[in-house]
Design a protein around this ligand. Sequence first.
Ligand SMILES: Cc1cc2nc3c(=O)[nH]c(=O)nc-3n(C[C@H](O)[C@H](O)[C@H](O)COP(=O)(O)OP(=O)(O)OC[C@H]3O[C@@H](n4cnc5c(N)ncnc54)[C@H](O)[C@@H]3O)c2cc1C
Ligand code: SF4
Length: 506
Amino acid sequence: MNAGVRVFAEYHRDFEDVCDVVVVGSGPGGAVVAYELARAGKDVVLVEEGPPFTPEDFELDGALSMARTMREGGLRTTRGTIMATMQANALGGGSLVNSAICVRAPEFTLDGWCDEFGLEASTRADLDPHYQAIEDFLGIAPTPDDVQGPRNLLFREACDALGYSSEPIARNVRGCVGSGECFNGCRARAKQSTDVSYVPAAIEAGARVYTSLQVQNVLASGSRVWGVTGRVVRPFTEELGHRFRIQAKVVVLAAGCMATPVLLQRSGVANGSGQVGENLQFHPGVAAMGVFPRETQPQFGATQGYQSLEFVRDGYKLETLWAPPGVFAVRLPGLGFDLKRSLSMIPHAAIWDAIATCNRSKGRVRARRWGMDPSLRWRLDPKDLTILVEGLWRLVELFFAAGATRVLPGVHGLPEEFRSLDEARRIRSREFRETDFTLAGNHVFSTTRMHGDGRFGVVDEFGRCHETDNLYIADTGVLPRSPSVNPMLTLMALARRTGRQIAARV
Ligand SMILES: Cc1cc2nc3c(=O)[nH]c(=O)nc-3n(C[C@H](O)[C@H](O)[C@H](O)COP(=O)(O)OP(=O)(O)OC[C@H]3O[C@@H](n4cnc5c(N)ncnc54)[C@H](O)[C@@H]3O)c2cc1C
Ligand code: SF4
């Protein structure tokens, strides 16, 4: 497991390395770029701050798991509108802990990107060959019924009853047993997170992979960059050790939409436009719990197995959801005995969520004076709030259509539970404030967005920074705005194109 990956115990002194391309970050963006470049014969070093995980390392307890796999223990939040947002710190990045949902961005969304951001080669037809190649490589396929489990199939029944379209979610898994543990890390190693797919393939093609290295600065002179520097970091602590420097002909930053702008701001690179760290966008999500007369045993079944794209043009997507109870308990009512009562309903429950496009709601990322964690500010626009409310209403409607006897909306100012759809109609007539919702947003975009005009964006549509000859970005920061659906597959398609573009130039 993790053969060829250099780990913390192997760094005994300060060190230097030289390569054609250094890639920072091993998540869905960085791993794909590293693979494409290595297979094209380039000398690649892939640097990752987090450690590699094996199935024995995964924790089933939600809090413990977050403390080990996530930055700031999984408790990172935005200021302005307070919202929780999680970024992983591990070989594989977010793909280690995500639900493996892989959806191509709709044609209308990509057309909108091209029209509004001066892009010429990013329509669905342009990206389809890249989507297809990633899907083939990872074995992406719709979730089969035999691993759906009752809570996913109830969602399908509900959509059928109301005449809404629905479909099994396509995921990057091979041999999923429906354990519902995607959030903790897949002990069955069925999920094709990049640590078990693209990273090993990159190593096989000759890439060197160094974990437990925190890149702290990009080295630049004039319009060229020439490497990165940083420190060794002890896993699960923030303890810094030996120093390193890696020189390269090309630098690719794929440290994630929060970390890449921090690196650029600290290094004073590629920010003549002032756009680095601006335009921060999320897919904020609301979730509700429906309780059914019969047992659903929701811990079984694909973590997120069914979705409805019926309302994507209206700005939201509906999905089934599962996570360790300690994680979603923040949306359940009550404390002490009352909370215990809510938790006792779980064997009869299902949790479904709505994620919203929210293109009007923006924020920014800033480097702090010390350390690498970002300062985040973001505000939910009132019009986007109405879309989230609409999403919540649809979830409640679906639960009752599937036969739920009560629905817990988890929103301040509403009753703790609705017993009928009639009771729930007040959702549509009530005025809400953003603070009434317990929001979470794990899809993050646009802090180094692509734009055809370098005055308004940081990179071009192939990921190259407008102001530098040899600095590229390959994480979700490059998305010009929301992809309307879960972002990973679109990021990987863009990263594949970026990797090929670099390979042709180095
Ligand atoms: C719980 C959860 C569930 C999700 N579910 C889905 C889903 O099902 N489908 C979907 O499409 N999306 C999902 N997402 C979002 C998806 O995982 C992210 O959009 C995706 O991982 C982003 O990829 P990335 O390469 O941009 O960044 P990341 O995946 O964040 O990777 C960045 C990597 O860079 C490393 N890094 C950061 N700073 C440094 C540094 N200074 N030096 C060295 N390395 C550094 C990080 O440790 C990390 O490994 C989910 C996210 C979460 C948190
Ligand atoms: S549902 Fe379980 S087996 Fe399937 S990919 Fe997720 S963690 Fe792995």
